[in-house]
Design a protein around this ligand. Structure first.
Ligand code: ASP
Length: 468
């Protein structure tokens, strides 16, 4: 067993976790799973999360303080953000293409869609939202008999969970256009460090601190630099230790997630049936990104990298992304994989990956594009080209604004829905399948970060690729 590569051990843990969850629910052991196995999954996520912030802090400071030429940092920053933006917009475009061609929302029977449509018109009237496509089913006598059922439907959409998320999103919407810049600057660095959601503030502080270290005379700061480097090593070692136990932790996490998802995992399948076509389109788009888009780019940039080699090198991070649903929690492992297995220098990983984990979410943006159009199709709403372009813009921004934690993409979807005059409470419709889609889109988010950091390392001459 000890000779088996880590990614195989993690796969085994993952599969055993799923098998366990099904067996346990069949045997009525769900309670046992929740009491005795699930806590280890929670411990795993806590370990990764607590390592993530100090690791980002110390690795960025140590990477930047070593830079001989600070102007390189500006170039690196612009390149990083530029390439991240390109991959995100490509992901939205792929999502839009798939959902417009396959039309998963139109696969539902017309009667249901007409009722949905009328409930949408009623909602729009109440909220004073203008419907752009000009149709009016609610005023057509032909559909008068559907009216009362549609009214019931719109009442159902006021699902409690959706309402709560709506309030979160409303807060974000009221903010001014430069709020994201304001949010990046810490008020009190201790507070930022103590809140994983404020990772961008930690990055800002670390870059600033690193620049100051780099420009000060060596004799004044050599001990500080030494301390930062040494501490960084300690956190990297922690990642190493935690990863050795990862197969077991992933088992616990999967068993726990499934046990929490529904009373029985069989129920999960039931839920999926209704949203099957939508889920398949999202899976298809995400699979395209992971199995075609990124490996092709990575192989084009790094010639000796083989297709399977690409996955061998980063799969521990991918499996972890899948089981934790959080790019932030996966970050320490992404950094380790990209540095040790692909050969990207620490200067690059420590700068590009933490920024990527917080702002680059290709999987999230692709999913948001598909979800919005699917929901529109389900309600017989035709979106114009202009509205679809608005979706490109808002899904890109919403994915940048999504925190790297479970379900963040769903919350931000509200903003994308509102940007084209759709009912934000529709997130309640896709809510039941969101966790599993979240797991998959997080894999895409992490793979995207790893690929972009490889491209940047190559272009900066900071890639020391070795055959495995
Ligand atoms: N869970 C995703 C992540 O951490 C964000 C999302 O909900 O899409 O990358």
């Amino acid at each position: 067993m000890s000779k088996l590569a880590l990614h195989w051990k993690i796969i085994i843990g993952l599969v055993l976790g799923i098998v366990w969850a099904f067996a346990a629910s069949a045997l009525g052991w769900n309670e046992f799973t929740l009491n005795w196995i699930d806590p280890f999954g929670v411990i795993f996520i806590r370990l990764l999360k607590f390592i993530a912030v100090p690791l980002v802090l110390f690795s960025i400071i140590s990477g930047i303080s070593d830079l001989k030429d600070i102007s390189k940092l500006g170039r690196l920053g612009a390149k990083t953000l530029g390439i991240y933006l390109i991959t995100t917009i490509s992901a939205v475009a792929i999502g839009l293409l798939l959902v417009n061609v396959i039309k998963p929302g139109a696969m539902v029977d017309d009667e249901t869609r007409i009722k949905n449509r009328i409930s949408y018109e009623l909602w729009a009237m109440e909220e004073g939202v203008e419907i752009k496509d000009g149709k009016r089913f609610s005023q057509d006598e032909k559909y008068a008999s559907y009216l009362s059922e549609a009214q019931k439907l719109s009442a159902n959409e006021n699902d409690l969970a959706a309402q709560e998320r709506l309030q979160d999103a409303e807060k974000k919407k009221d903010e001014g256009p430069l709020q994201f810049l304001v949010d990046m600057v810490p008020e009190n660095i201790i507070l930022s460090i103590s809140d994983n959601a404020l990772m961008l503030q930690v990055i800002f502080f670390a870059i600033f601190f690193g620049i100051c270290l780099a420009v000060l005379p060596e004799e004044n700061v050599s001990q500080v630099k030494q301390f930062v480097k040494g501490t960084n090593e300690v956190f990297l070692k922690m990642v190493d230790f935690v990863m050795r136990a990862a197969p077991f932790f992933v088992f616990a996490l999967m068993a726990g997630v499934l046990a929490n998802m529904a009373d029985s995992p069989a129920e999960v399948f039931e839920i999926f049936k209704g949203l099957g076509s939508y889920s398949l389109v999202v899976f298809g788009g995400l699979a395209f990104m992971v199995f075609v888009f990124y490996p092709v780019i990575a192989r084009t940039v790094v010639k000796p990298l083989t297709y399977t080699g690409f996955f061998k090198r980063i799969s521990p991070a991918q499996f972890l992304a899948f089981s934790t649903s959080s790019s932030a929690a996966t970050l320490p492992v992404t950094m380790e994989c990209v540095e040790e297995n692909i050969g990207v220098s620490r200067n690059i990983t420590s700068f590009v990956l933490p920024i990527g984990a917080t702002v680059n979410m290709d999987g999230t943006s692709l999913y948001q594009a598909i979800a919005v159009i699917f929901l529109a199709q389900l309600h017989m709403v035709d979106l114009s080209l202009g509205q679809q372009l608005t979706i490109v813009l808002t899904a890109t921004l919403a994915s940048i604004g999504s925190a790297a934690v479970p379900s963040a993409g769903l919350v931000m979807l509200i903003i994308v829905l509102q940007s084209v005059g759709l009912n934000p409470l529709w997130i309640a419709i896709i809510f039941p399948v969101d966790r599993i889609l979240d797991m998959c889109r997080t894999v895409v988010n992490v793979t995207g970060d790893a690929t972009v950091s490889t491209i940047i390392a190559k272009s900066e001459g900071e890639l020391n690729f070795q055959k495995l």
